[in-house]
Design a protein. Structure first.
Length: 544
């Protein structure tokens, strides 16, 4: 059965992640929501949008088609599908999809704009499209190296838009309304688009002295300094492998002085500081490596490695919030499975810390008492919610689990009640109420023997416990009135099992059933009479 409440809760969390630009997390949350309610078209649509933002356009298309399948008359599903097709450069299909959406909702501006863009894209495809100014693979390093645009690289919203434009140039006209995109375009084209016109900056007469771009360190590839830096790195690595960290650090530091444009030497210093347990210094050097790398257009994989090393240092400091932040930044540069695994481990730690910080025995007791009031008023569902909150505040209290088990029993959620009783008993094996409530929950599930065992254990704790004695008797009465239960109970007796497995006795019983007079003859045999009496006493057969 679909769990709409759970799906809606996960959807809201996914929406929050989307608003924060955390599309990986959003996709994960929407996926869990879909598992809870796979017929909800909005969930498929939302995950389609997340995949589109992540550049996973095939997945975005699949989800959009699923949204349409769930609700064929919902125009937004066609908008999602059209967008995914546009990203995939399948313009003819995108046009048809948008046209279907417009027929369903002629007032939708998004569908009309999408249709217009798809038609324009098709026309450009046929006549030769204008080159995409954002398609330069070195664009991000160029933006990072320019002091005017350096901040854009850390702007999640801007980077998302940039990826969209790079994948789909038809989005350019819309995105250029964002001044950040105009600033980036100015940097790439070498013109000041904000001042009108396209002439180079040097052709204008500036009113004040322009700030010159940062000069790149005068170290050429193949120069003696670069070669000497590589030799120093080699010596440092040899010392590092021998765990001679002071010597290694000396060589790496010398290499960085000879070639200050290569972030690798700084990153190596950070590795040494990590081994020396100088974690603050490791973090400082890792971040410096990132800065030098961005200024000198280093490979994004190296940037990711530096950020991950910074995160690892924070893990050693048990600063898991910071570690989580820098592992996420590392993954935004390059998605390594190893980093993803480490992030998951850190996320668990963060969750544990937050849960620990939430613990409060006094507040737990307040919530428990409030739950008891709701229970007395017959508001069992509300009581469950309050008891659950109390458990979060104090998960080591057997009393709260017992109270929630009582509420679950009233709601006929017997399996959940048994689970809570087991937790209660595990926390306090002498907590008699846990056994009693377990007995009644098992009785509700018609597991009468198990219920009697639970009541029996309660009487072992207190032989005068009337509630446990009464529960045991009720189970006995119910068992005696249930033929199936009588049979199951009797079959657990080895003697009964042996009698019923004897071919001769089975034949005798069949004869007695078809010919009542045959019983008199068989009962003259003492051994047969004894076995039949055993079956009668167990309730398996009866004479009329």
């Amino acid at each position: 059965m679909p769990d709409s409440a759970k799906a809606n809760e996960l959807k809201q969390a996914g929406n929050v992640a989307t608003a924060a630009g955390n599309f990986d997390e959003a996709a994960r949350l929407y996926s869990e929501a879909i598992e809870a309610d796979p017929s909800n078209h909005v969930l498929w649509s939302n995950r389609s949008a997340s995949y589109a933002n992540l550049g996973e356009y095939e997945k975005a298309l699949t989800d959009a088609e699923k949204a349409i399948e769930c609700k064929p008359d919902w125009a937004k599903g066609y908008s999602r599908k059209g967008l995914a097709l546009a990203y995939l450069q399948r313009h003819e299909e995108a046009i048809k999809t948008y046209e279907e959406g417009v027929r369903l909702d002629p007032s939708s501006a998004a569908l009309k704009e999408g249709l217009q863009d798809a038609r324009a894209a098709k026309a450009k495809e046929q006549g030769g499209a204008f080159p995409n100014p954002f398609s330069d693979p070195m664009m991000i390093p160029k933006l990072a190296a320019n002091p005017k645009t350096k901040h854009l690289v850390d702007d999640v919203e801007f980077m998302t838009k940039l990826k969209l434009v790079q994948a789909n140039p038809q989005m350019l006209s819309t995105c250029l309304q964002d001044p950040r995109m105009m600033l980036a375009l100015s940097t790439m084209m070498g013109v000041d688009l904000h001042n009108g016109g396209g002439s180079p900056p040097q052709a204008r007469r500036p009113t004040q002295k322009a700030t010159p771009p940062p000069e790149k360190m005068d170290v050429e590839q193949g120069s003696p300094e670069v070669q000497q830096a590589k030799e120093e790195k080699k010596l440092g690595t040899e010392a590092y492998k021998k765990k001679d960290f002071d010597t290694a650090l000396s060589h790496y530091t010398k290499a960085a002085e000879l070639d200050p444009t290569d972030m690798v030497y700084i990153l190596n210093q950070a590795a040494v500081r990590m081994e020396q347990e100088e974690l603050d210094k490791c973090i400082e050097l890792s971040l410096k490596a990132v800065e030098v790398g961005r200024e000198n257009r280093a490979d994004f994989k190296l940037i990711a490695k530096a950020l991950a090393r910074c995160a690892s240092a924070y893990v050693k400091q048990e600063n898991y919030e910071k570690a989580k932040l820098y592992y996420e930044k590392s993954l935004s540069e390059h998605r390594l499975p190893e980093t993803r695994t480490k992030l998951s481990e850190v996320e668990k730690k963060v969750k544990e810390m937050r849960e620990t910080a939430y613990l409060d025995e006094a507040k737990a007791e307040e919530e428990r008492e409030r739950g008891n009031e709701l229970f007395k008023e017959g508001k069992y569902s509300d009581a469950v919610k309050v008891y659950t909150e109390a458990i979060k505040r104090n998960p080591e209290s057997p009393k709260i689990y017992s109270n929630r088990a009582g509420a679950y029993t009233k709601l006929a959620a017997f399996d959940l009640a048994v689970r809570d009783c087991d937790k209660c008993i595990k926390l306090d094996p002498k907590f008699i109420k846990g056994f009693i409530r377990k007995g009644y929950a098992l009785k509700g599930m018609m597991q009468l023997d198990n219920a009697m065992d639970a009541f029996q254990k309660a009487t072992e704790i207190d032989e005068n416990c009337q509630e446990a004695i009464a529960g045991y008797r009720e189970c006995m009465v119910a068992a005696d009135a249930d033929p199936e239960h009588i049979k199951k109970r009797a079959m657990r007796d080895p003697e009964v099992a042996q009698i019923l497995s004897d071919p001769g006795m089975r034949l005798i019983l069949e004869q007695m059933q078809s010919d009542p007079d045959a019983a008199k003859e068989h009962l003259t045999n003492a051994d047969v009479a004894r076995k039949i009496q055993k079956l009668v006493s167990c309730g398996l057969i009866a004479f009329r």
